[in-house]
Structures are given as structure tokens and as C-alpha cells.
Design a protein around this ligand. Structure first.
Ligand SMILES: Cc1ncc(C[n+]2csc(CCOP(=O)(O)OP(=O)(O)O)c2C)c(N)n1
Ligand SMILES: [Mg+2]
Length: 332
């Protein structure tokens, strides 16, 4: 596929999308404090350029799979954000009728294959999707995302080995946000250039500025192109940062406020906004209109989630693998 032009409309879409994802996550945090969302809640704030740039590189049938920091990815692929908010609130109007919650978004129709809570668990699954596409000759590529912590799992290394052996159409995208919960990259290995892990498997690999959607697009486009034309897997290390805590209960003693502020200077939304202003792609009034559209859509999501019902108790055993004659099964 030839490289797409990054036009005015692309910048404006990136700006509106990233702003929406940011505000959506901020609202989710507020709903968590109100106890409308419970359990874990891992927010994507700061990492938006990775998603914006890589989605722009995807073709229609390409697939995506990631870990638990997964609320906005399905939205980027076209899932109705109202259903994501309802899923976060555990309501029947959610993408999995409230059964999945924060860590388990899923939409087969939109080629979004989760949403996985086991660190590194999605990596072999991503290669499995790519195996199916190679076998069925669909021409699709699978983008498989993971954190810097996940690359220390055995599943990562086993998958890289087989993906190369079988020359699978997969792009491994590491979102290196500096930390695995409270453990910095420096404390998990003797080397910090994570992309170099690809060298051991002779897999093409490179580091990418994960705060810049243009750099992300260029790297993912090249990698996806290589995979599509039979060139096999690529490993990309997106250097990014998460602004919020790991989940909602995180005192963040492992980093300083100055460190967070330093990264916020390179904020992806700020970068795109500056380009839009410098190139006069939108007036102040047009930018205000985007902000108010974003605000309205976030409010619509909350209204939809609020108005949706909780699942009833008889839902508990639906979609659960269980033996029919299991002695303790309780029917409602
Ligand atoms: C197999 C496994 N071990 C430990 C955990 C607990 N855990 C949840 S998230 C996490 C950190 C992962 O960090 P990283 O891969 O960098 O992703 P990030 O949260 O930064 O997006 C850990 C250790 C888990 N969910 N699964
Ligand atoms: Mg991390």
C-alpha cells in the first residue's frame, strides 16, 4: 500500500479523536470515584498518539488485539463509545452486556479481539490471528499491542520465535510507557532498548517516538506493508508515557511530578493542536466547536450508561463454560 498523505483533515481527525479519548477516560475516572465503575480501571491518557497513528495505517480487514488498557481502541475502530461506557459501568447496554467490564472490551465485527487481563496473554493470540489470516489468505495484518512489562513474559519470546519461523503477517507494537505498575523499565532488565529484543529472532525492529502520531503512522505503515507483502513480522517499540496511575489506586511513589510534567510538554494532543494552529488548518472558533462536540459526546455516553439496566441474576451462567451436571450450579 502506498503511504497515505497526512492532510489537514487527517490532523483534524487526529485532534478530535485524541481529545475525545482523553476526555472519555477522564470521565471514566470521575465515574469510578462516584463508584459507578468498579474493579480495575486502566486509563490511556498520554499514549493516544500510538493509537491514532497506527489506526491510520490499518486497512479495512486488519485486526487489533491488546491488553487491559483498552477502552478507547475499540472506539477508534468504530465501536459506539456509548456501549463502551455502559460496559465500564457493568450495564446490559455494554459491548459484552456488562459481563466483561473495563479489561475485556471486544468487538469481532470491528476486528477488535480484546481486551486481555493476563500480562502477555494476548501476544500468542495475536500471532494466532495472523496465522489464520495467512492460512486463509485474507491479506489482513494483525496489530498486536503490549506493554513494556509484557516483554519479560515467556509468551512474548515464544511468540516471536514462531511468528518468524512461520513468517506471520503480524506487527508487534510495544507501548513502552516506562513502567509496569510501579516498576520502571530500568528495574526489569539489564538493557533498556526494548526493540533490540527483536534482533535475537532476526525480526526487523526499531524504536519509534510514540508521542508523535506521524512517526507512529510511518513505522506501522511500513511494518504492515512488509507483513502484507509476505515479509513477515516487525517489532516496534513505541516510546510513550502514561499520565495517570497504573490503575485507579496508585499512589505513584515510583515517579516524581516533574517527570510527568516533562512528558506532558510533548503531549500528542498538544503537538497536533500546534500543527493545526501553525498551518491555520482551523480557526479558534472551529477548535472550540470540536471541543464542544467532544464534550457533548462524552455526556451522551454517560447518559446512555446511566439509563441502561444492570444485568439480571439469571445472566450469571450465560456464556460461561460449565458442566451441565455440576453439582453446585444454582439456577435462578
Ligand atoms: C501474568 C500476570 N502477571 C501479573 C499481573 C499483574 N499486572 C497487571 S498489569 C501489570 C503490569 C504490566 O505492565 P506493562 O506491560 O508495562 O503495561 P502497562 O500497564 O504499562 O500498560 C502487572 C504486573 C497480571 N495481570 N498478569
Ligand atoms: Mg508499561
Amino acid at each position: 500500500m502506498p503511504k497515505k498523505k497526512i492532510t489537514k483533515s487527517v490532523y483534524l481527525k487526529w485532534y478530535e479523536d485524541m481529545l475525545f479519548w482523553r476526555k472519555f477516560e477522564d470521565k471514566a475516572a470521575a465515574l469510578y470515584i462516584q463508584q459507578k465503575i468498579r474493579g480495575f480501571l486502566h486509563l490511556y491518557n498520554g499514549q493516544e498518539a500510538v493509537l491514532a497513528g497506527s489506526v491510520f495505517a490499518m486497512e479495512e480487514n486488519d485486526r487489533m488485539i491488546t491488553a487491559y488498557r483498552n477502552h478507547v481502541q475499540p472506539i477508534a475502530l468504530g465501536v459506539d463509545p456509548k456501549k463502551i461506557m455502559a460496559e465500564l459501568c457493568g450495564k446490559v447496554g455494554g459491548t459484552s452486556q456488562g459481563n466483561g467490564g473495563s479489561m475485556h472490551m471486544f468487538s469481532k465485527e470491528h476486528n477488535f479481539f480484546g481486551g486481555h487481563g493476563i500480562v502477555g496473554g494476548q501476544i500468542p493470540l495475536g500471532a494466532g490471528l495472523a496465522f489464520a489470516d495467512k492460512y486463509l489468505e485474507t491479506g489482513a495484518v494483525t496489530l498486536t499491542y503490549m506493554g513494556d512489562g509484557a516483554v519479560r513474559q515467556g509468551s512474548f519470546h515464544e511468540t516471536l520465535n514462531l511468528a518468524m519461523l512461520w513468517n506471520l503477517p503480524v506487527v508487534f507494537i510495544i507501548e513502552n510507557n516506562g513502567y509496569a505498575m510501579g516498576t520502571s523499565v530500568e528495574r526489569t532488565a539489564n538493557h533498556t532498548d526494548i526493540y533490540k529484543l527483536g534482533l535475537g529472532y532476526e525480526m526487523p525492529c526499531e524504536p519509534v517516538d510514540g508521542m508523535d502520531p506521524v512517526a507512529v503512522y510511518n513505522a506501522v505503515q511500513e511494518a504492515a506493508d512488509r507483513a502484507r507483502s509476505g515479509g513477515g513480522p516487525t517489532l516496534l517499540e513505541m516510546r510513550t508515557y502514561r499520565y495517570k496511575g497504573h490503575s485507579m489506586s496508585d499512589a505513584q511513589h515510583y515517579r516524581t511530578k516533574d517527570e510527568v510534567a516533562e512528558y506532558q510538554k510533548k503531549d500528542p494532543i498538544g503537538i497536533v493542536e500546534k500543527i493545526i494552529k501553525d498551518k491555520k488548518y482551523a480557526s479558534a472558533k472551529e477548535l472550540e466547536a470540536i471541543e464542544s462536540r467532544v464534550k457533548d459526546l462524552v455526556n451522551d455516553c454517560v447518559k446512555y450508561a446511566d439509563e441502561s439496566e444492570f444485568p439480571t441474576a439469571d445472566n450469571l451462567y450465560k456464556n460461561v463454560y460449565i458442566q451441565d451436571d455440576y453439582p453446585f450450579i444454582k439456577t435462578f
